[in-house]
Design a protein around this ligand. Structure first.
Ligand SMILES: Nc1ncnc2c1ncn2[C@@H]1O[C@H](COP(=O)(O)OP(=O)(O)OP(=O)(O)O)[C@@H](O)[C@H]1O
Ligand SMILES: [Mg+2]
Length: 409
């Protein structure tokens, strides 16, 4: 076959080796990557309220989150937005008012206090802003302390392991000092060694660099990077937006809600309040395999972001053959050409025949407001739309005569 853009439903089903030609699309790394592997952490509709003298205060609202093994995530947001409360939920230090928290397949919201403490000791390493090392114990004794509670190792092994961990954080020569004889950065690295004592798969750090000078902060951050590369899953609360930009994924908390990650990724320059309002307008919709999402020629009125599965973009041909011009995966979007240029859908969008699709749909007005608020996003989305239109025109020109198309099927 000599028309590279052409594929038909029949050829796709019967001959998977015939690749579908796609537009050169921007692959979104952040949310598109998220939970590509089976989730290690999963929160479902988590709410947390506190009873205060002024009445009930909701600190976390409808948190839905999946984290894959080995992800390094920054948690940012204004003071009081719920960052520490979220970490406390993940650590099982506090319980959700409602909703579910699954950690490595364990429903920790259902564990008793005793079970929770044992679970935490094995699975979670905690790092705090003010280190919280015990001042009367030496550095190596501090690192051994969590091992004493978990009974995974003999006394001799604990010693060896503590020294090994101190070597890993480059503090072996400080092992027998008291914490206050160390610099802030050294104390934090000792606290990280202690957090690693029982080899937990998950590290939760609440502003670990908040009390450090920039050089020490950098060395602590690099240590986290190395640990993530070694397979630890890390959530790090930080006020340092520059640090947050250097990790794979960022969660933005605002008034107890995690702002939709697709929106923060697509519209990075837009303010929190506007993103939060836009998020409340996002409509999740699921389509069965083969179901039509929008049809060519109908009036377009939404912007769609793929959140699960994929979507085939099709230009129906006069010959009756379906020209699949693109396939949109998780994190990619469609519908923008119609919203930018007005009028009807120039192509049909159909849920993948194999997987179906889940999308988040945004109404025309909210989309326009977000575009108006972010020059960089507007320019990027216009660029993608123009590129797609050019490809689209090229594909239409290559429309195959019915005889060739039939022969191909
Ligand atoms: N035990 C509690 N009782 C009542 N309110 C609480 C409790 N813990 C937290 N809150 C409230 O919940 C909200 C979120 O608090 P949280 O400590 O999670 O914020 P944060 O994002 O970590 O802020 P910061 O950056 O200042 O550390 C705040 O308004 C706080 O006052
Ligand atoms: Mg906090």
């Amino acid at each position: 076959m000599n028309a590279p853009f052409v594929t038909t439903t029949a050829t796709r089903e019967t001959d998977p080796s015939k690749a579908v030609q796609t537009y050169p699309l921007p692959l979104l790394d952040g949310p598109a990557r998220m939970a590509a592997s089976p989730s290690l952490i999963e929160l479902r509709q988590v709410y947390k309220s506190f009873a205060t003298t002024a009445g009930t205060f909701t600190a976390l609202r409808n948190i839905n989150l999946r984290v894959g093994k080995g992800e390094f995530i920054a948690v940012i947001g204004k003071s009081g937005s719920g960052k520490s409360t979220l970490l406390n939920m993940l650590a099982g230090i506090d319980r959700p008012t409602s909703g579910e928290i699954w950690m490595g397949g364990t429903a920790i919201h259902r564990l008793s206090e005793g079970e929770l403490a044992t679970w935490r000791g094995r699975h979670i390493g905690l790092v705090f802003q003010f280190f919280q090392l015990l001042p009367m114990l030496t550095v190596v004794e501090n690192v051994m302390l969590p091992m004493d509670f978990c009974h995974l190792w003999t006394e001799r092994q604990r010693q060896q392991r503590a020294m090994h961990l101190l070597e890993q954080v480059e503090l072996a020569d400080q092992a027998n000092k008291l914490p206050l004889e160390l610099s802030g950065g050294q104390q934090q690295r000792a606290a990280i060694a202690r957090a690693l004592a029982n080899d937990p798969p998950i590290l939760l750090a609440d502003e670990p660099t908040g009390n450090l000078d920039s050089k020490s902060a950098e060395s602590v951050f690099q240590l986290f990077v190395t640990l993530a590369q070694q397979g630890k899953t890390i959530l790090m609360v930080t006020h340092d937006n520059d640090l947050a930009k250097r990790v794979g994924r960022t969660l933005v908390l605002s008034d107890g809600e995690v702002i939709d990650e697709y929106l923060t990724h697509l519209f990075p320059a837009v303010g929190e309040a506007q993103l939060l309002a836009a998020m409340h307008k996002l409509r999740p919709v699921r389509y069965a395999p083969g179901e039509i999402i929008v049809r060519q020629g109908e009036v377009a009125d939404k912007f769609y972001i793929v959140t699960e599965g994929s979507v085939d973009i099709i230009i129906p041909q006069r010959t009756g053959v379906e020209l699949v011009v693109a396939s949109m995966a998780k994190g990619q979007y469609f519908g923008e050409i119609e919203l930018l240029h007005g009028g009807e859908n120039i192509a049909t969008a159909r849920a993948s025949l194999e997987t179906g699709v889940a999308v988040a749909a945004l109404d025309r007005e909210t989309f326009a407001q977000l575009m108006a608020a972010s020059q960089s996003a507007e320019a990027e989305i216009h660029r993608v739309a123009d590129e797609r239109l050019a490809e689209h025109a090229a594909a239409e020109q290559k429309e195959v005569p019915a005889a060739i198309a039939k022969a191909d099927v």
